[in-house]
Design a protein around this ligand. Structure first.
Ligand SMILES: *[C@@H]1O[C@H](CO)[C@@H](O)[C@H](O)[C@H]1NC(C)=O
Length: 222
């Protein structure tokens, strides 16, 4: 009986992945608390592709995707700085990218790829590739991953940095444990067919919302 109860409890607590097709997360205000945690069971990544869509009017710097492990606080990060300037991070190392054509008040398709063997990191904004730059090679992203949308983890004291938080909408988050081909990235960006992420899949997403983040239907203009 006790075992049965335990099983029932476990089943109820186990997160059920949700299909978020044509949904978006809305981050409607500046805080240092509101965020979405994305859950995965993967614990060793020798290569990464992260794709997502974002919509914002923020002129200040803001984080779009953050992955931390116990080994590296910024184990993988997509950060949009002021002007048309991006910072990508892998294994705590950073590479800068200028003038990629990020648009305010519109949806942007953003992808970042990294490979631990070559150490090359690359940014794609709306299907347009950046220069290929070196960040970090020779070691994988390893261990339980804390993946956060909406907040920039403060490497000093835990917690989040209000002034780098995200305000706007994020959708279509996928993550793969490989570097996607340019054709697949183009397909993602143009909303054509692509293989969903095998680390994070927007069509079967395991997530936890903390604070004022809304899960809403994407607005279609008719
Ligand atoms: C890209 O999309 C086209 C059209 O849907 C499809 O035929 C093609 O197989 C896709 N390519 C990849 C690499 O997924």
């Amino acid at each position: 009986m006790a075992l049965l109860l335990l099983l029932v409890t476990l089943t109820t607590c186990a997160a059920t992945p949700q299909d978020l097709a044509s949904k978006m997360f809305t981050f409607p205000e500046e805080t240092n608390t509101a965020h979405v945690k994305l859950l995965t069971t993967k614990q060793d990544l020798s290569a990464v592709t992260v794709c997502l869509r974002s919509f914002t009017d923020l002129l200040r710097g803001h984080v779009l995707f953050s992955l931390a492990t116990s080994h590296a606080f910024h184990d993988f990060m997509i950060y949009k700085d002021t002007n048309d300037y991006f910072s990508l991070r892998a294994r705590n190392k950073r590479a800068p990218f200028e003038f990629q054509g990020y648009k305010l008040n519109e949806w942007n398709a953003i992808c970042s790829t990294w490979d631990a063997t070559s150490g090359i990191i690359q940014l794609w904004v709306n299907g347009k590739p950046s220069s290929r730059k070196f960040v970090s090679s020779g070691s994988d992203i390893i261990g339980p991953m804390s993946i956060v949308l909406g907040q920039f983890p403060d490497s000093q004291g835990g917690g989040f940095l209000t002034y780098l938080s995200f305000i706007g909408m994020i959708s279509d988050v996928h993550m793969w444990d490989s570097v996607l081909s340019p054709c697949e990235i183009q397909n993602y960006s143009n909303e054509l067919s692509f293989t969903p992420g095998n680390v994070l899949n927007w069509n079967a997403l395991d997530f936890q919302i903390t604070g004022r983040v809304l899960l809403e239907d994407k607005q279609r203009i008719c």
